[in-house]
Design a protein around this ligand. Structure first.
Ligand code: G3H
Ligand code: 13P
Ligand code: NA
Ligand code: ZN
Length: 305
């Protein structure tokens, strides 16, 4: 069933499990997400960025909402990193049940103003809202507190931000970053900061940049002819600990991008004469489904639908 983000994330925060929100750009990615969630009886979120909307438009949004409506588990369609009020409104008109307004790069008061506008409009239509406070980016463990405070989310500010905006869930900067290069070795995650923010706010918290960038997938990517540098992702233990403390929505895009590429590349490498798209897209979909299943179990969402 197609539900709002709040219907999925409020129980997740209360039940101390994490719900992955996977980015989609086409049918095979969407099937891997939703069909695997059904198989594991897990709630799940599917998100489209503005880039995904540009790429797939209403066709892709309809594909997701149709599959969600027919699914046996709760599924939300979420706008990832909406850059403006207009963008959020457009997504709501397209059938999204959750929207992110990301004005985190603006000064605090402007972030509040833009977020509050979106909250008022979205709530009038029964749609949930995610906002962001703080700046994403990898940080080193040894950095002094003052420097961390310069861009990681400040707990007191987070409380004021939620009071003034009425956002339903809040993305916080805790040391994660987008993409396949999140730092050397095991990226530092500021767990005390998560605990502090969660102790002061009872709404669901969101972690962006939460891909694991698994070493075996990276090795297979290289084996199949791909080129990639010093890739690193967030450790499972860090995500599990974050979820225990109040992170309810865990954003994953990079891991499915990598899995999709590996699944396709392996078919091209192993069977150079193959040109039936169902073979390489099917292999891509199978490997993405494995990743989705792994995340749903690892974050504790499996069995929670
Ligand atoms: O955080 C960004 C997501 O990974 C989406 O990326 O804007 O290239 O679709 P995209
Ligand atoms: P990753 O790049 O770690 O997959 O993060 C995705 C994300 O945060 C989308 O909003
Ligand atoms: Na998001
Ligand atoms: Zn993000």
């Amino acid at each position: 069933m197609l539900v709002t983000g709040k219907e999925i994330l409020v129980p997740a925060r209360a039940g101390h499990y994490g719900v992955p929100s996977f980015n989609t750009n086409n049918m095979e990615i969407t099937q891997a997400i939703i069909h695997t969630a059904e198989k594991l009886q897990a709630p799940v979120m599917v998100q489209m960025s503005e880039g995904a909307i540009k790429y797939g438009g209403q066709d892709l949004a309809n594909l997701v909402t149709d599959m969600a409506q027919r699914a046996s588990v709760p599924v939300a369609l979420h706008l990832d990193h909406g850059s403006s009020y207009e963008s959020a409104l457009k997504a709501i008109k397209m059938g999204f049940t959750s929207v992110m307004i990301d004005a985190s790069h603006h000064p605090f008061e402007e972030n509040v103003r833009e977020t509050r506008r979106v909250v008022e409009a979205a709530h009038a239509m029964g749609i949930s809202v995610e906002a962001e406070l703080g700046r994403l980016g990898g940080i080193e463990e040894h950095i002094v507190v003052d420097e961390k405070d310069a861009f990681l989310t400040d707990p007191e500010e987070a409380v004021r931000f939620v009071e003034e905006t009425g956002t339903d869930y809040l993305a916080i900067a805790i040391g994660t970053s987008h993409g396949a290069y999140k730092g050397k070795g095991r990226p530092f995650i500021d767990h005390p900061r998560i605990e502090k923010i969660a102790s002061m706010l009872d709404i669901p918290l969101v972690a962006h940049g939460s891909s694991g960038v698994p070493a075996d997938i990276i090795a297979r990517f290289r084996d199949a002819g791909g080129e990639i540098g010093d890739a690193a992702g967030i450790a499972d233990e860090d995500l599990q600990r974050a979820v225990q403390h109040g992170i309810a929505k865990v954003n994953v895009d990079t891991d499915l991008r990598l899995a999709m590429s590996v699944g396709s590349r392996e078919v091209f490498r192993n069977t150079p004469k193959e040109f039936d798209p169902r073979k390489w897209l099917g292999s891509a979909r199978d490997l993405m489904s494995e990743i989705v299943a792994y995340k749903l179990k690892m974050l504790g969402a499996a069995g929670k639908a």
